[in-house]
Design a protein around this ligand. Structure first.
Ligand SMILES: [Zn+2]
Ligand SMILES: [Zn+2]
Length: 284
């Protein structure tokens, strides 16, 4: 689906990958989807914004190339929350990178130990992948994100640091009167990181958040693994007074039935909560 440039509508958000940690292409997961983190935000402006480059990015690439025929390439701005595999593995299979001159910007934060550029380029290197980053025919630019808000052609971008092993960054895109916040991956319970995320998400039209675990799983198995529970995310959405909440980064061991149950429980705590499904679109 494509939109005319400078559309009067608000941003359109589409989920291309909703799974956390690893792809899960099994029948029991297909209703929600098995591709890892990737969310497109089309503001109708010149650039397309993409949060994370998990395996869902592959199919977005096919659509972009189909749309570009006879119309030229639409610049893509990929914003990486962090460099864990489930957030970058779609990039080597994103066909625009093999298209001469296709303009692609990848922005992210360097971790405490690794700079963005060598770390990101490393996935396209010997012996991990047969094509080297430097040989990609697209015009790929890697950019370190500044800590202060800055303007993209399609809106103003603000960030906040998240509580996650090796770090992660949350994004808020303000486009006209509409705002969308993307927060993957984050473990609740760190006072300053929780407060920064609440502030970032304050009064947002849409909060998309990691809510990988149930409270029981978190308590007995996954404390310290870097992800939130749906209960804590619903509380955070209430504190931040967001209008809509979409939970994503589904656990690989949560099949469709388990996610249905989480969704109905979450809706009792924060009205209108939805669990992300591959292909789901929200018009803000
Ligand atoms: Zn992740
Ligand atoms: Zn992670």
């Amino acid at each position: 689906m494509t939109r005319p440039p400078n559309s009067a509508e608000g941003p359109r958000v589409r989920f291309w990958g909703v799974r956390g940690s690893t792809p899960t292409p099994v029948p029991a997961n297909m209703r929600f989807g098995g591709n890892t983190a990737c969310v497109e935000v089309d503001t109708g402006g010149p650039d397309l914004i993409v949060f994370d480059a998990g395996t869902g990015l592959r199919l977005l690439g096919d659509r972009l190339l189909a749309e570009s025929e006879g119309r030229g390439y639409r610049p893509v701005h990929i914003l990486l929350s962090h460099l864990h595999w489930d957030h970058i593995q779609g990039f080597p299979f994103f066909r625009p990178v093999y298209t001469e001159g296709y303009p692609i910007t990848v922005s992210g934060s360097s971790s405490a130990t690794r700079l963005l550029k060598p770390a990101f380029e490393g996935q396209l290197s010997d012996p991990y992948f047969p094509v080297l980053f430097r040989d990609l025919p697209a015009r790929v630019e890697l950019r370190d994100l500044p800590e202060h808000p800055f303007d993209l052609p399609c809106g103003r971008l603000s960030t906040a640091g998240l509580h996650h092993p090796q770090g992660a960054t949350a994004f808020r895109l303000d486009c006209g009167a509409k705002s969308v916040v993307y927060a993957c991956d984050h473990e609740h319970g760190n006072g300053s990181a929780d407060a920064a995320l609440v502030e970032l998400a304050r009064n947002a039209d849409l909060l998309i958040s990691d809510a990988q675990y149930t409270p029981q799983e978190y308590e007995y198995l996954y404390r310290g693994w870097g992800h939130s529970t749906w209960v804590e995310v619903a509380k955070l959405a209430q504190r931040a007074n967001v209008k809509q909440l979409v939970m994503t980064h589904h656990d690989p061991w949560h099949d469709d039935a388990a996610l249905d149950e989480i969704e109905s429980l979450a809706q009792r705590q924060f009205a209108g909560t939805r669990l992300a499904r591959e292909g789901m679109e929200i018009l803000l």
